[in-house]
Design a protein around this ligand. Structure first.
Ligand code: SF4
Ligand code: SF4
Ligand code: SF4
Length: 156
């Protein structure tokens, strides 16, 4: 499980506290970034050439925050080959539609995971076993994560 903390983000920011982003400090900006209330583009300083590596690392970190579903499911599209292993293995998918087992996500019904344009997509997060309006009711499941040979899925 990965969790993005403001401290992790802060380490990668320029840490000049220049306030050009409109925040009192880089730490204040980091707190907003991890809660999706600010965007990296709002920091002009990170665009300086000397911060290029940090900027790329930040983008990767923050994409986890932005891409997470209510179940904290994150897909790393750059690693996903669209092989469909997770789609076939997901017990909730099979419960929604038997077509899915062996079908590489071609089921017409609202399954949790589906292959679209060569990568896996979450199409019906509410059917996922981890989804519950009341988080204490959700059931632990990591079948999709375990079935991916490319580590393209994780739960934050
Ligand atoms: S603009 Fe960037 S470097 Fe300046 S305070 Fe904001 S986050 Fe820090
Ligand atoms: S956590 Fe379980 S139910 Fe949810 S998408 Fe993954 S395999 Fe399917
Ligand atoms: S997430 Fe992994 S298992 Fe699922 S389609 Fe992509 S590469 Fe295959």
């Amino acid at each position: 499980m990965t969790k993005v903390s403001p401290l992790e983000v802060h380490k990668l920011l320029p840490r000049t506290n220049c306030k050009k982003c409109g925040n009192a400090s880089c730490m204040a900006f980091a707190v907003k970034l991890v809660s999706g209330k600010a965007y990296l583009d709002e920091c002009p300083t990170i665009n300086e050439a000397r911060y290029l590596r940090q900027k790329l690392a930040l983008k990767e970190l923050i994409s986890k925050v932005l891409a997470a579903t209510p179940t904290k499911f994150v897909i790393h599209e750059e690693r996903c080959t669209g092989c469909g292993n997770c789609v076939d293995a997901c017990p909730a998918n099979v419960a929604v539609s038997l077509e899915v087992s062996g079908g590489k996500g071609s089921a017409s019904k609202d399954v949790v995971l589906k292959i679209e344009d060569g990568v896996v997509k979450v199409v019906n997060v509410k059917a996922c076993r981890r989804f519950e309006e009341d988080a204490s009711e959700s059931r632990p499941c990591s079948v999709c994560v375990d079935s991916c040979p490319y580590k393209a899925i994780e739960f934050m």
